[in-house]
Design a protein around this ligand. Structure first.
Ligand code: A2P
Length: 348
């Protein structure tokens, strides 16, 4: 008889953690028990799961005793502290934070792109950055078929990427504005980055800062997209540039992506390729005003691609618009897919 798993979700009460518990409900995994772990504040809260409820426990090292799979989404410092504790107790960790992503002993996995790298794991597997994941799902089929020399991406990212407090900040500001507070006086405490000194309103605004700045003028979010792309595609030679922007959308990240391919191709070939690519839904018909939209991506596991155009100056240059629910394919769903894949590959 095959084994059934005890699965712990660290950060189960958060924006991503809540989705992880929801998706475990229909996961293609034999599940014995789900443990919901969060801060002391949440201990005793209940979360519905299948036809029962799970009572939230405190995130501690001991909570991982007897756990087979631990999915972390409680922030990088908690992953740093507790992921090794979970591994020590025999669990395989799937980490949603950026903490372990560039560690050479940690596979960074998008199951549609590089599932085989799961075989190299040493206890921890990293789930890539939300913006990177959807870009990989859209671009890997193109790379396989036509080669990829260069990527220039600009993102339009939803506030839920900053967690439950990012959503609350946008909602509070919209409410305050509707009650008469002038735009520039809206109270901001979280965005653009909880870890930075200044905060600006996100309501009715666009903030070209996600995470903190490095000395080179790029933000850490931009560096995540650059470095993670090269690691996931196992190709250091791809040129990648990114500009990451937060916009007042609750969920669903959108990306304008410019690529340069190696072999000649055309829009129709790219459309056909992507229409049949794993995890992709092609929505590309300007005559019907059909293109991906953030609000239509919510609660959908797919990555939507549209607006595919040839560049006007470079015959090997193409433009695409790529949208996905950052809480699902960008986070929770990708983690569940990793767990399912590990089970299928008998790595658990
Ligand atoms: P809690 O709800 O008890 O604060 P989000 O990404 O939406 O901000 O969610 C963060 C998740 O991480 C929540 O589940 C939150 O639990 C959890 N978390 C935050 N700080 C801690 C902590 N110090 N110890 C354990 N869990 C934490």
């Amino acid at each position: 008889m095959s084994k059934s798993y005890t699965i712990a979700v660290a950060g189960a009460t958060g924006a991503v953690g809540t989705k992880i518990v929801e998706l475990l409900n229909g996961a293609n995994l034999p599940i014995k028990e789900v443990k919901a772990l969060a801060s002391k504040r949440s201990v005793g809260k209940t979360i519905p799961f299948k036809d029962t409820t799970i009572v939230v426990e405190e995130l501690t090292a001991e909570a991982f005793t007897g756990v087979d799979i631990a999915i972390f989404s409680a922030g990088g410092s908690l992953s740093e502290k507790f992921a090794p504790e979970a591994v020590k107790r025999g669990a395989v960790v799937i980490d949603n934070t950026s903490h372990y992503r560039m560690d050479e002993n940690v596979p960074l996995v998008v199951p549609e792109v590089n599932p085989e790298s799961l075989r190299d794991h040493q206890g921890i597997i990293a789930n890539p950055n939300c913006s990177t994941i959807q870009m990989m799902v859209a671009l890997e089929p193109i790379r396989q078929a036509f080669g990829l020399e260069k990527i220039v991406v600009s993102t339009y990212q939803a506030v839920s990427g900053a967690g439950a407090q990012g959503i609350a900040e946008l909602e509070n500001q919209v409410k305050a504005y509707s009650e008469g507070t002038p735009l520039k006086e809206l109270k901001a405490e979280v965005l653009p980055s909880a870890g930075d000194k200044k905060h600006y309103p996100i309501a009715f605004n666009a903030l070209p800062q996600i995470d903190v700045f490095g000395e080179d003028g790029y933000t850490l979010e931009e560096w995540k997209m650059i470095n993670e792309t090269k690691k996931i595609m196992s190709d250091d030679t791809i040129k990648v540039a990114a500009t990451c922007v937060r916009i007042p959308v609750v969920s669903g990240h959108s990306e304008s992506i410019y690529i340069e391919v190696e072999k000649e191709t055309n829009v129709k070939a790219l459309q056909e390729l992507l229409a049949n690519a794993p995890g992709v839904v092609l929505q590309d018909d300007p005559s019907q005003q059909l293109y991906p939209q953030a609000i239509n991506s919510i609660d959908d596991k797919a990555t939507f691609v549209g607006r595919i155009r040839r560049d006007l100056d470079n015959p090997k240059g193409f433009h695409l618009w790529v949208v996905s629910d950052n809480l699902l394919k960008g986070a929770a769903w990708n983690s569940i897919q990793i767990a399912e894949k590990m089970h299928a590959l008998k790595l658990l």
